[in-house]
Design a binder for this molecule. Structure first.
Ligand code: ADP
Length: 171
């Protein structure tokens, strides 16, 4: 059972499931969402249309189509409003509900992007420990999910998750 932090493009990850930091329409967007749709091909959008959106903090699953990953788990994280709109709970829900869905679908290996810390503006220094704590807690009782990777796309994000991982190890 491992949690790791790497610098990579999540669309290249050969895992059972990658998580998409989607929006509530599930119809594609910018950032990691746009990259995942571009790499998966048009079948992903067609599958997403049938899901009729997803509320913030919840998660829905599709196949990975042209991606090396078998599945894509779509979760809209919260938009940051200064911490005044239960953003923390919604972000924890996004991680937990994504992992629950991975577990239900027999996924042993899961890769996450840094949910909500791009366009949605969640402060990375708060998001990184929250994400890793939530993943760590889940893994204590997980029966199927074995390896979770946080896939970072820039140095600042990578540094924040590395620091959070070091604190987790030192618990
Ligand atoms: P959100 O709307 O949830 O904030 P974004 O896509 O704007 O989502 O950003 C979330 C994180 O995903 C950011 O750290 C961004 O740098 C990162 N990201 C963007 N493209 C990729 C990619 N191809 N692989 C992994 N991470 C990515």
């Amino acid at each position: 059972m491992t949690i790791s932090v790497v610098m990579d493009d999540i669309t290249d990850c050969k895992v059972d499931a990658i998580v998409n930091a989607a929006n509530t329409t599930l119809l594609g967007g910018g950032g990691v969402d746009g990259a995942i749709h571009a790499a998966a091909g048009p079948e992903l959008l067609a599958a997403c249309k049938k899901l009729h959106g997803c509320p913030t903090g919840e998660a829905k699953i599709t196949k990975g189509y042209q991606l090396p990953a078998k599945y894509v788990i779509h979760t809209p994280g919260p938009i940051w409003h200064g911490g005044t709109r239960h953003e923390k709970i919604f972000l924890q829900n996004s991680y937990r509900n994504s992992l629950l869905l991975a577990e239900k679908n027999g996924c042993e290996t899961v890769a996450f992007p840094s949910i909500s810390t791009g366009v949605y503006n969640y402060p990375i220094k708060q998001a990184a420990p929250l994400a890793l704590n939530e993943i760590h807690q889940f893994m204590e009782t997980a029966k199927v999910v074995k390896d979770v990777t946080m896939v970072c796309f820039d140095e600042q994000t990578f540094a924040a998750y590395q620091a959070a991982l070091a604190n987790l190890d030192g618990e």
